[in-house]
Design a protein around this ligand. Structure first.
Ligand code: PMP
Length: 408
């Protein structure tokens, strides 16, 4: 990629020009979803203006072009993740659907009574509940892996919980609440010694640092397009070829079959076998544009910029009276979850919104992670490459006006 500057990157985002409640938008809710550069918006408009067709069927020019665009997206995702082949990539609606697909297909075929699924306490609900659903049906167990005081996965406890019963370990590559980045390569190597498979939830990772699924040796890697500057409704499941090949269909329909008769239906090879029905073709086109946009920058420079901005924000927030950040591990992405003494998180978010500043308040779909800190809700500012130190200053100034105006 080429040189990176946040000022140049910002110019690509039309939404960053709008006013909210009379103030320029300060978007600090990037862990929920990222904004979209004009390159993505234009790719969607161009697709619907000039190419729109269903794919893989019909022998006409537009079907051919749409198919090429869809498969170009698959190839780009494979390259982006360091996968061996585009055939290792299955398109889904998002991280949630990818995990449910693995649970319902791989899980149903491989889990049974007495088997363990290891899930760290800090996981997003979408990396907990699908395992609970399939565990109930297969009489397997979902076993929580505890956290240390700094919010990192307790590695000694993890090593102790692994056993020959462990079939699967499901871990986030970066936490959406604590920002923590666990040592996935080491955790994967350890799980493999027991013959367990490893699913890595990259929803919060892919926008922040480069990922290499072969280097980390993950069996599954999943992410959502909308958290990496692409459209909503498109997501990715990467699987090792030998693991994907063993997966039975989950949803049935068009696109996923070899031949159908009432006597006997046979299925297409992966990835098509796992992509029933018409996919989100324009979503793939938009995701491709998003990946092209992001990888046009030097990713090391982007990561260094975000880390610098994160340190700046941590120091600035520490000056706000009564503010406490949640989690303190050193290896983190730019997610800042905090509480403000005397103010509930929703009030804090409402106050900031009046100044055009968007953060999230609530349980962040990670109730067990917050419960670890004795919390039911918290405020969260999450940064992306287009955020600036001026925006952090505005956040801090607005918070200080709140604490000044109301004695706690
Ligand atoms: N996992 C993590 C770590 C997340 O942060 C999120 C989104 N907050 C998800 C999974 C779910 O992603 P989606 O809603 O796009 O399916």
């Amino acid at each position: 990629g080429g040189a990176f500057s946040p000022e140049t990157a910002r110019k690509d985002f039309p939404i960053l020009q709008r006013l909210v409640n009379g103030h320029p938008l300060v978007w600090l809710d990037n862990a929920a979803t990222t904004q979209k550069p004009r390159q993505v918006i234009e790719a969607l408009a161009a697709y619907y203006s000039a190419t729109n067709s269903n794919i893989h069927r019909g022998a006409h020019t537009l079907a051919r072009e749409a198919t090429e665009a869809y498969e170009a997206g698959r190839a780009a995702v494979a390259e982006f993740l360091g996968a061996a082949s585009p055939e290792n990539i299955v398109f889904v609606r998002g991280t949630t659907e990818a995990i449910n697909l693995v649970a319902q297909s791989w899980g149903r075929a491989n889990l049974g009574p007495g088997d363990d699924i290891l899930v760290p306490v800090l996981e997003h609900h979408s990396d907990i509940v699908p395992w609970q659903l399939i565990a109930k049906e297969t009489r397997a167990r979902v076993v929580p892996v505890p956290l240390g005081p700094d919010g990192q996965i307790d590695q000694n406890a993890y090593a102790d919980l692994l056993s020959s019963r462990t079939q699967l370990v499901a871990i986030s590559h970066a936490s959406n609440v604590l920002g923590t980045v666990p040592p996935v390569r080491e955790m994967t190597a350890l799980a493999h010694r027991y013959g367990a498979k490893v699913l890595v939830d990259g929803a919060q990772a892919v926008a922040h640092f480069p990922v290499d699924v072969q280097e980390m040796d993950a069996d599954f890697y999943v992410f959502s397009g909308h958290k990496i500057f692409g459209p909503t409704g498109i997501g990715v499941l990467y699987g090792k070829p030998e693991v994907l090949e063993g997966m039975p269909p989950w949803q049935g329909g068009g696109n996923m079959i070899d031949s159908v008769s009432f006597a006997r239906t046979t299925y297409a090879p992966v990835p098509q076998r796992l992509e029933a029905g018409t996919g989100h073709i324009s979503g793939v086109v938009g995701l491709l544009a998003a990946l092209n946009w992001l990888t046009s920058f030097d990713r090391g420079a982007v990561a260094a910029y975000e880390q610098g901005l994160m340190s700046y924000a941590q120091q600035a927030l520490a000056m706000v009276p009564g503010l406490e950040t949640v989690g303190a591990a050193p290896d983190r992405i730019a997610v800042l979850t905090f509480t403000l003494a005397g103010h509930d998180p929703v009030t804090v978010a409402d106050w900031l919104d009046r100044d055009g500043i968007a953060i999230r308040a609530g349980h962040h779909c990670a109730q067990p992670a917050l419960a670890h800190y004795g919390l039911e809700a918290a405020a969260r500012a999450s940064l992306a490459l287009y955020n600036t130190s001026e925006e952090v200053d505005q956040l801090v100034a607005s918070l200080r006006r709140l604490t000044d105006s109301t004695p706690s």
